[in-house]
Design a protein around this ligand. Structure first.
Ligand code: NAD
Length: 360
C-alpha cells in the first residue's frame, strides 16, 4: 500500500504526520511512502531526509492512505477521492468537523481522538503524546511570563522563595506540567475531580488539593459537574488559589465546553505578578477572564491562553505523533503487508468515524 504524508496548511501548524525515522521503518515493512514537497519543513525536516529514508516526494494526496496532523480544510477534503483512507486529528466532537464531508466523499477516515483508551492502544494515543508536549510547554510559558523565580535560591544577595504552582485538571497534560514545574524547582500542588488522580499527583512530588468533589466519568474521563457542584468548586478554588504564584489549568470534559474553575473573583484575589496559563482556551477556557489565543493582564495577573502548544515544539511533537500514526497504520496491515483493516478490532472500529461503501 501507499501512504501519503501531506504538508499541513493551517496557520502556525508546524508538525508533520510522519518523520523520516518512522518512514524508514514503514518502508522496511513494504509500505510505499510518498511525501508532499516541503511537508517536513515546519519541523525542520528537508525533503532530502525523506528520500534518504526511502520515501518519494510527489503526489501524497493520491495515496491509499493519507496521513495528516490537523483536521482537513474544505480544499483538502476536495483532494480526496472515494476509497482512500485518512488518518489524523479530525475533531469528531466539534460541531464544525469535516466528517460528514469525508463520508460523503467515500473516504474512510480514522480520527486519532477516537482511538479507545485501552492499554493495547497506548502506543497509538496521540491525545496523550501531544498533551505531554502541551503540559511541558505550559510551564515554560508560565516561567517566562512570571516576574518571579521558580526555584528557591540562596545567594549572597539574599534568599528567594520557590514559586508555588497549582495545576487544575491533572490528566496527561497536567501531570506533565506538575513534573516539569517540579524540575524547575517549583513547589507543586495538583487538583482534579477524579479521586484516583491523587496518587499520580503525589508520585510526581506534588501535594494533592482535596476539595471533596468526585466527578469521575466514563472511560477514565471526568463528567461535567452539576450547577451546585460547580458553585461549590469555584468558591473553594477561589480560597485556594490566593496563595499560588502560578496556576496552570488543563481541565476538559469530552464534548463539552471547558469547565469554569477560576472565576474573575479568584483572579482578583491573586497577588499581582502571578500568572495563569489556561490550556483549555480551545474550548472556551477554564478561567472566566481567559481570551483564547491571547495574553492579557487583569488585576495585575497575567492570563495566557496559548493555542496549539504542541505545534510550537514541532520536532519532538512530530516524532511522537509519527509513532502513534505508524502503530495505527501497522494495525491495518494483514500478515502479507496488504492494507486490510479488520473492523472487528475495537481500536479500528472505534477510530473509524466514517463508513465508506466498501468498508461498511
Ligand atoms: P482530559 O484532557 O480529558 O482532561 C484533563 C483533566 O481535567 C482530567 O484529568 C479531568 O479529570 C480533569 N477535569 C475535568 N473536569 C474537571 C473539573 N471540573 N475540575 C477539575 N478537573 C477536571 O484528560 P486526559 O489527559 O485525556 O486523561 C484522562 C485520563 O485518561 C487520565 O487519567 C489518563 O491517565 C487516562 N488515559 C488512559 C489511557 C489509556 O489507558 N490508554 C491513555 C491516555 C489517558
Amino acid at each position: 500500500p501507499s501512504v501519503g504524508v501531506v504538508r499541513e496548511t493551517g496557520a502556525d501548524e508546524r508538525r508533520v504526520a510522519l518523520v523520516p525515522k518512522v518512514v524508514a521503518s514503514l518502508s522496511n515493512k513494504g509500505v510505499g511512502v510518498v511525501v508532499e514537497a516541503g511537508a517536513g519543513l515546519g519541523a525542520l525536516i528537508p525533503d532530502e531526509l525523506y528520500r534518504e529514508a526511502g520515501a518519494t516526494v510527489g503526489d501524497a494526496w493520491a495515496c491509499d492512505v493519507v496521513v495528516k496532523v490537523a483536521p482537513p480544510s474544505d480544499a483538502e477534503v476536495a483532494k480526496l477521492r472515494a476509497g482512500q483512507m485518512l488518518i489524523g486529528f479530525l475533531a469528531p466532537r466539534n460541531a464544525d468537523n469535516q466528517i460528514g464531508a469525508l463520508a460523503a466523499a467515500g473516504v474512510t477516515a480514522f480520527a486519532v481522538e477516537a482511538i479507545p483508551r485501552i492499554s493495547r492502544a497506548q502506543v497509538m494515543d496521540a491525545l496523550s503524546s501531544q498533551a505531554n508536549v502541551a503540559g511541558y510547554k505550559a510551564v515554560l510559558v508560565a516561567a517566562s511570563e512570571s516576574t518571579r523565580f521558580f526555584p528557591m535560591l540562596t545567594t549572597a544577595a539574599g534568599t528567594v522563595k520557590p514559586a508555588s504552582v497549582l495545576v487544575l485538571g491533572v490528566g496527561v497534560a497536567g501531570l506533565q506540567a506538575l513534573a516539569t514545574a517540579k524540575r524547575l524547582g517549583g513547589r507543586t500542588t495538583g487538583y482534579d475531580v477524579r479521586p484516583e488522580v491523587a496518587e499520580q499527583v503525589r508520585s510526581v512530588g506534588a501535594q494533592w488539593l482535596d476539595l471533596g468533589i468526585d466527578a469521575a466519568g466514563e472511560g477514565g474521563y471526568a463528567r461535567e459537574l452539576t450547577d451546585a457542584e460547580r458553585a461549590e468548586q469555584q468558591q473553594a478554588l477561589e480560597d485556594a488559589i490566593k496563595g499560588f504564584d502560578v496556576v496552570i489549568t488543563t481541565a476538559l470534559v469530552p464534548g463539552r465546553p471547558a469547565p469554569r474553575l477560576v472565576t474573575a473573583a479568584a483572579v482578583e484575589g491573586m497577588k499581582p505578578g502571578s500568572v495563569i496559563v489556561d490550556l483549555a482556551g480551545e474550548t472556551g477556557g477554564n478561567c472566566e477572564l481567559t481570551e483564547p489565543g491571547q495574553t492579557i493582564v487583569e488585576h495585575g495577573v497575567t492570563i495566557c491562553s496559548p493555542l496549539n502548544l504542541p505545534a510550537t515544539m514541532p520536532e519532538h511533537a512530530s516524532e511522537l505523533y509519527s509513532k502513534n500514526v505508524a502503530a495505527l497504520l501497522e494495525l491495518m496491515l494483514d500478515e502479507n503487508g496488504a492494507l486490510e483493516p479488520d473492523f472487528s478490532d475495537e481500536i479500528l472500529s472505534g477510530a473509524r468515524v466514517t463508513r465508506s461503501k466498501e468498508n461498511s
